[in-house]
Design a protein around this ligand. Structure first.
Ligand code: NAI
Ligand code: 15L
Length: 266
């Protein structure tokens, strides 16, 4: 393994449970953290450290002794601002402050396509396109990307922000035929993000080699990420679903239904 200790936040989540296994070969020890219950450590190569990302002192202790961080914890869907503020905005600040204090030099940040969700599906964009967040969740990921850039410029901590499309076992609807990222390709992208030298702050779209792509990864060519999978093998299954009305946000915007959430409460 190239790393001593790798911290994985969000380890109890959908991706975290997959990455627990798949990232293990990259480090002697993988430290698994979440606010939710995590399955117990299966051996000396795993450590389980429960933590609320909004708790600054707890995050500081969590990061101590780690060589790199894969930050996958937090609110992962559109929610009221106050929830997003605690887990994602305060959370990402606490994480970078802890990284600075403990000398961690590399972070892989699970950003999201929802930082650019208000682009239309017939628009093609690269990492330099102005961000168009589609909600409080997307805004928090946009803030996380700015946090990553700032901590590189100010403190030299390098980050790859992966704007993940839709990473599930298979694409669940027509929109995901464009946004799908297989677990195998996600793992490769994280590996490239951890070990490519001199990434500074790189923004990369997390998508497999799907037929109808909206995103261009030319600005992240130095990562050498070449996806191996494609949503095409699921096309018949997805197209057997009822058609989506042309007025449905899922058919219009890259962020799909996230563009039409809220208001929350009053
Ligand atoms: P998930 O919701 O299954 O996992 C997120 C985990 O973060 C959960 O286990 C949750 O308990 C934990 N968490 C929430 N608040 C926390 C807090 N205050 N302190 C500590 N832990 C907290 O989401 P999933 O799908 O596994 O996504 C993982 C990451 O990847 C998230 O950051 C998400 O925004 C990002 N992402 C995922 C995509 C996907 O297609 N699965 C697409 C784009 C981004
Ligand atoms: C995300 O950011 C979410 O975390 C995930 O649950 C999916 O909704 C994904 O985006 C998507 O856009 O499909």
């Amino acid at each position: 393994p190239q790393l001593g200790r790798l911290l994985l936040t969000g380890a109890a989540g959908g991706l975290g449970r997959v990455l627990r296994e798949r990232l293990a070969p990259f480090a002697n020890v993988i430290r698994l953290s979440d606010i939710a219950d995590i399955a117990p450590a299966t051996g000396a190569h795993e450590e389980v450290v429960p933590c609320d990302l909004s708790d600054k002192a707890a995050v500081d202790a969590l990061v101590a002794g780690c060589d790199a961080i894969a930050h996958f914890g937090g609110v992962s869907v559109e929610r009221p601002f106050e929830e997003v503020l605690e887990a994602n905005i305060k959370g990402v600040f606490n994480l970078y402050e802890a990284a600075r204090r403990h000398g961690v030099k590399r972070v892989v940040f699970a950003s999201s396509n929802h930082v650019i969700g208000f682009y239309k599906q017939d628009e093609h964009i690269d990492a330099h396109a102005a961000r168009r967040p589609d909600g409080y969740y997307g805004l928090s990921k946009s803030f996380g990307e700015d946090m990553a850039q700032f901590y590189f410029d100010r403190w030299g901590i390098e980050t790859v922000s992966i704007r993940i499309g839709s990473s599930f076992p298979e694409p669940l609807n027509r929109r995901m035929m464009s946004t799908w990222l297989s677990y195998r390709d996600l793992t490769t992208l994280i590996q490239k993000s951890l070990f490519t030298p001199d990434v500074k702050h790189t923004v990369v779209y997390g998508m497999s080699a799907n037929r109808d792509l909206w995103w261009d990864n030319a600005a992240a060519a130095h990562l050498g990420f070449v996806p191996q999978d494609s949503s095409e093998v699921f096309r018949d299954k997805v197209e057997a679903q009822p058609p989506v009305a042309p007025t449905d946000p899922n058919a219009i915007y890259q962020g799909g239904a996230f563009t039409a959430q809220g208001p929350f409460g009053d």
